[in-house]
Write a protein that binds this ligand. Sequence first.
Ligand code: AHG
Ligand code: MN
Ligand code: MN
Length: 317
Amino acid sequence: MSLSLADWLAAQSVDPALTSALASMAASCAEIAVVLRNAPLAGQTGLAGHTNVQGEAQKALDVISNDIVLNHLRANPQISILISEEMDEAVHHENQGRFIVATDPLDGSSNLDVNVTVGTIFSILDAKGGILQPGSAQLAAGYAAYGPATSLVLTLGKGVAVFTLDASGTFRFTTDTVSVPEASSEFAINTARERFWDEATRGYVAENIAGETGAAGKRYNMRWVGSMVADIHRILMRGGIFLYPLDSETLAKGGRLRLLYEANPMAMLIEAAGGRSTTGRQRILDLTPSAIHQRVPVILGSAEEVKRVEDWYNRVS
Ligand code: AHG
Ligand code: MN
Ligand code: MN
């Protein structure tokens, strides 16, 4: 039987305090997996009846997942601050905990009622740095993807490891040879937003659609699950590029996806697996946040593709 997550972390000599923080996140994800599996029978699908700080209608499962993470992290003396998509303010625990956890407890919740993969994303930071640290300061980042299998995908900076939830509720080591291929011919973007796109996004996507007859000189395929976790998991496993660029409709908000608990952890994972991440104009991990729910443009994946998008942004200045 392959190593449990706990044994794997011990074998890597990961700091016990950080191991404990990761164990709390893993326990949260294992519990959320069970809730999701049974939700249609438990009558837990549908809306919760309120909106979160971002003005989005919360699903019952958004709230339940947030409570599960909150309960696990509150019980862990190593964690002093929790930031969640579903909570207006950062929650401060009365302890000397060394870590901040930022989380999107349930990503892709618009896919819940159609039984499509959703996920939990998390980022772990040193509490000494305060709540507004750049992504480059993350100590660890990961997500759980609740798909046909529940995968926990984790980076501590170098390399990315994948664990699979077994029937007993333990995450077991599956692989640590995750590498985002440099070249790819698969892109992920919500093309229904084309009329809002900027020149760089239009230029890049038009080249891809032109395939072997255009400047890219090869044929592309398009995939968009609409769960960032599912789209990024595919890209980590076989390459590709994910774009949620700044467009005329999201301009005022700064983008669609959130920096602290969506863009930063995913950028850390992608870079740790050899890929690249940018807003179009800047490396995501270099951004200094100004607010916990700050939004940013997100472009990440196979290095060659991300560089092509960056070239477009340079050209249109
Ligand atoms: P969340 O469910 O946490 O609000 O996040 C949804 C995000 C992300 O998962 C996905 O990539 C994107 O929103 C989908 O956006 P569209 O609705 O524009 O497709
Ligand atoms: Mn999300
Ligand atoms: Mn969410």
